[in-house]
Design a protein around this ligand. Structure first.
Ligand code: SF4
Length: 258
């Protein structure tokens, strides 16, 4: 293993450079802040991901790297629905990293109010916040790993239509226009898969007056044949419930119910 000879001045320089990186979620826990503040000049970055901004820990001066786009969002890694903070390369649109959101109470304490400017978010994640503390914005490892979900090659990004018998595991990609047309108009949608049967679409089911089964009126109108399955309590369930009820069906139930 290579050994490093680090005298005190070199150490302070290194500590100073890490102080500059602290806005990107990197820092030395327990190092004296004066060590950061004593050094103004930081070495050119050679490794790792590009920083979205640097903050001079002595003066609080903020320099934003316009090549990196920062977006504050919410994590769907699990049910906790924490905030997340995404860094993207402006030119390529590549997702560089995922971290915690300093505006979100699950990620930071004290957290920032929504009306705080983005510049305050940068400052709050450095020792130059002037508030005597480091707000940070953290997320768990699973939240950070959502980046891999985004970039993994098997991620489904287009509608898939069954292209074989049920359970056969055969699917083919179709366009969003085809999806909407088929789901709305219905028809013999699975002829290619050898199924000569008519599938009812939304248009056929959008009937809130005719009983679904006159012999069993408690089943309600035809529109109750539309059933919405799944969704989570992060907004999708709310949208799903609203759509289903507007359609004229009572039959919406969520992820937990399945
Ligand atoms: S950051 Fe972690 S705990 Fe929070 S929602 Fe994402 S996966 Fe869940």
């Amino acid at each position: 293993m290579e050994r490093f000879n680090l005298d005190r001045r070199s150490f302070l320089k290194a500590a100073g450079s890490i102080g500059a990186l602290s806005v990107a979620g990197v820092g030395l826990v327990g190092q004296p802040r004066s060590a950061y503040a004593n050094e103004g000049a930081f070495p050119e970055q050679k490794y790792g991901q590009p920083l979205e901004a640097t903050v001079d820990p002595a003066t609080g001066k903020l320099e934003v790297n316009e090549e990196v786009v920062v977006r504050y969002s919410a994590c769907l890694g699990c049910y906790s629905s924490c905030g997340s903070r995404l860094k993207l390369d402006r030119q390529s649109g590549r997702l560089i990293s995922v971290g915690g959101n300093p505006y979100h109470p699950s990620c930071a304490y004290p957290f920032l109010n929504f009306d705080e400017p983005l510049s305050e978010a940068y400052l709050s994640m450095s020792y130059a916040s002037g508030k005597g503390n480091l707000t940070r914005g953290t997320s768990c490892g699973r939240g950070q790993a959502t980046q891999d979900v985004y970039s993994q090659p098997d991620r489904i990004t287009v509608p898939l239509k069954r292209a074989g018998k049920r359970g056969e595991g055969k699917w083919k990609p179709i366009s969003w226009d085809d999806l909407i047309r088929e789901v709305t108009e219905g028809g013999k949608l699975f002829l290619d898969a050898g199924e000569d049967r008519e599938v009812e679409g939304f248009l056929a089911l959008h009937d809130t007056k005719t009983p679904m089964n006159p012999d069993q009126p408690d089943l309600g109108p035809v529109s109750n044949q539309f059933v919405m399955l799944g969704g989570r309590g992060d907004g999708r369930t709310t949208i799903g419930t609203r759509f289903t009820n507007c359609f004229g069906s009572l039959n919406q139930y969520g992820h937990g119910a399945t």
